[in-house]
Write a protein of this length. Sequence first.
Length: 118
Amino acid sequence: MKNIIFCILFVLSVSIIQAQQKQQLDIQKGVVLTIEEPSASDYKHVHFPRKNFIIKRGGIADMKTVLGKKVEIIDYSYTSEGSTEVTLKRLDGKKFFRKFPTIKADLEDALSTGELSK
């Protein structure tokens, strides 16, 4: 009887742990995504440089220039929290804000909030 109760508790604890882990997307290099308008006033999951940093580097800090742009995943890594961080570059070969060749984004969060779309 003790063995049966122990086995049931073990199975329940393993299933709870697996349910709490985040599902990682199956992502590959070369996938093309589109930058969409953020749901709030600023992007939260696509990590653009701050406006003062863009201006100091000689770029143009206009967020409207990135709306609707096609971007390609050139690198990805999994964080310790289980999310996927991707490095993006513009598909047309230009730089973001005329100074930054790549940006980073949290893939799952950006897709779920609509900042990025497939």
